[in-house]
Design a protein around this ligand. Structure first.
Ligand SMILES: [Zn+2]
Ligand SMILES: [Zn+2]
Length: 573
């Protein structure tokens, strides 16, 4: 048995890394890339004993089998598989069983390999950490390697601190130190290691989830989903009718539903060759459904957020996505369920009925999608030139009209994160630039004033007015640029800019362009004429609030607030 080129490359990357480092490492390989072979090869060539951990018995069995193909048989420690051997050159264990029997793991291991390692928590009380702490008492130089297809978790972010492409990952709570190898999906498909996906948007009917806003965790509120679906009742009937038609020439169909209620509704529209799996489905019932699906007694499985990883039925050739997701990784995981090779399978049809609008090859941004129009955009850092991937909005030509990046993700000298910030707020005490959400200055530790607190203080003083800006207009008035801010009642506040001299044009840049740009860090053209600005006005964003101060007979602008989320927020409803 020989390794594929990228499998060998990932093995080589792990060897090279551990030769010169004790830091924990991650290999990122897409679903279907053959992670078990990589694990088996590492177990074969490692000096010392190797422990392979995973969270489901199916993967324990699969990994042990592959080890047996490449080198001497592995011992298995898994209650679910009725085998409990904790010692040997290679031990493959389920984390639940191993964590309950720490004292059985007496021999020193030199390397621990964790499969599906995005599930590892860095809570010291978690099963993985308890076991690792125990193993380090046997060998303080224990090396740790994780493998996953999705090195990212909604709400937690990247699982590693650094990426070998020179990019910062998670600086707050990383579980692993470094991603040392990452294989994208595209070459696997072009080389024929994975089935070709054919992706369509909902063909005849589609849900409209664009009103949903994700929590910071990236999850959507279930009640809001149900309520939106209630108003789109006939869509489900049309969608399921179409899926059934398309399924006539397909062998296995996976349907991803948005909520349990939604899934139950879908089930009433399918026939008796369909089954439902939710998080509440008992294990033995679930095993039975999957068995009947794999043997093709069942044609459809409807599921709610359970079959994204660890489920392997190669014959799946139709995937219907009826749920919204704020995560590119999650979307790609769902698609990954249909890309395994199988006999007589030439492609896998994938239909996105929820208008998620992701591309299979999009890079993960590392944050939940901020709104339904966002796509990943590439923004070069003006300081270190690193090509950042942020959420943003593009126009019909694909040009970036807005991006939501805050700090450059590039690594510079000695793996320090580049400190250029695309959006920031400056500390009033020391002038240092801080993240727009920071509460404490990163340089002088002084408390950054909460905008609401400041507004409250100022508004209690006289002569101040808070202008809630609903609209911003740019106009040419007598050869001056007029910026007119309007509130919902039609009151306005105006700023004018002269454009006659270079100094005036520079002032416009400093006062207006820098704060109103939707694309910080990307150059604006030089605006020599007012018409140039008007032609480019879609690149400017309106502030949410203007703080104005009365100065004799006119109002002066004291401060503008963009992306304001506090209690003085404008009520548009
Ligand atoms: Zn940079
Ligand atoms: Zn400061």
């Amino acid at each position: 048995m020989t390794l594929r080129d990228y499998q060998q490359q990932s093995v080589d990357a792990a060897i090279a890394h551990f030769k010169q480092s004790q830091q924990s490492a991650v290999l990122v390989l897409p679903t279907g890339a053959g992670k078990s072979i990589v694990i088996a090869e590492l177990a074969r060539i490692a000096n010392g004993n190797v422990l392979v951990l995973t969270h489901v018995k199916e993967l324990v069995a699969q990994n042990a089998e592959k080890v047996g193909l490449l080198t001497q048989e592995a011992n298995i420690y898994s209650a679910g598989l009725n085998q409990k051997k904790a010692n040997g050159k290679t031990v493959v264990a389920s984390i639940q069983s191993a964590a309950r029997a720490l004292t059985k793991f007496t021999q020193p291991f030199s390397l621990v390999i964790i499969d599906e390692c995005h599930r590892v928590s860095n809570e010291s009380t978690s099963q993985y950490q308890q076991l690792l702490i125990h193993l380090k008492t046997r060998n303080p130089n224990l090396k740790l390697l994780g493998l996953t297809a999705t090195p990212y978790r909604l709400g937690l972010g990247w699982i590693y601190r650094l990426h070998y492409h020179g990019k910062v990952g998670n600086t707050d709570t990383p579980v692993f130190d470094k991603c040392i190898f990452e294989l994208p999906m595209r070459p696997l498909i072009s080389k024929g290691y994975l089935t070709k996906p054919i992706i369509f948007d909902g063909l005849s009917a589609q849900y409209d989830f664009s009103e949903l806003n994700a929590y910071d965790s990236g999850e959507y509120p279930q009640m809001e989903i149900d309520s939106l679906l209630n108003h789109q009742g006939r869509a489900t009937t049309a969608i399921i009718k179409q899926i059934k038609q398309l399924a006539e020439v397909r062998k296995g169909v996976l349907i991803f539903a948005a909520t349990v209620r939604h899934a139950n509704e879908i089930m009433t529209l399918l026939d008796n060759d369909a089954a439902l799996i939710t998080a509440q489905t008992p294990h033995n019932e679930r095993d039975d459904i999957i068995k009947r699906f794999k043997s093709q007694q069942l044609k459809f499985i409807v599921n709610v957020a359970v079959l994204t990883t660890g489920f392997d039925a190669p014959h799946v050739d139709l995937i219907a996505i009826l749920r919204p997701t704020a995560s590119i990784s999650l979307f790609q995981q769902m698609i990954g369920r249909g890309l395994r090779l199988a006999q007589d399978k030439t492609d896998c049809l994938i239909i996105d009925y929820a208008a998620n609008g992701y591309d299979l090859f999009y890079p993960e941004v590392g944050q939940a999608k901020p709104n339904s129009k966002s796509v990943p955009v590439q923004v070069h850092c003006p300081v270190c030139q690193f090509a950042n991937i942020f959420w943003g909005i593009v126009d019909d030509d694909g040009d970036i009209v807005e991006h939501y990046g805050r700090r450059c993700q590039g690594l510079i000298n000695n793996n320090q994160q580049c400190d250029f910030r695309f959006r920031s707020k400056s500390c009033p005490d020391c002038g240092a630039e801080n993240d727009i959400a920071a509460r404490i200055c990163n340089t002088c530790q002084s408390t950054l004033i909460d905008p609401d607190k400041r507004l409250k203080q100022v508004l209690n003083a006289q002569h101040h007015h808070l202008f809630k800006c609903a609209q911003m207009l740019l106009l040419n008035q007598d050869d001056k640029l007029l910026v007119q801010y309007l509130d919902i009642e039609g009151n306005d506040f105006k700023q004018t800019f002269n454009f006659s001299t270079p100094a005036q044009r520079k002032a416009f840049y400093a006062v207006f362009v820098l704060s109103h740009t939707r694309t910080p860090g990307l150059r604006h053209p030089q605006y020599n004429k007012i018409a140039d600005v008007l032609a480019d006005q879609s690149r400017f964003r309106k502030p949410d609030l203007l703080l104005l101060k009365k100065n004799k007979h006119r109002w002066d602008l004291v401060d503008s607030f963009f992306n304001y989320q506090g209690k003085y927020k404008i009520d548009m409803s």
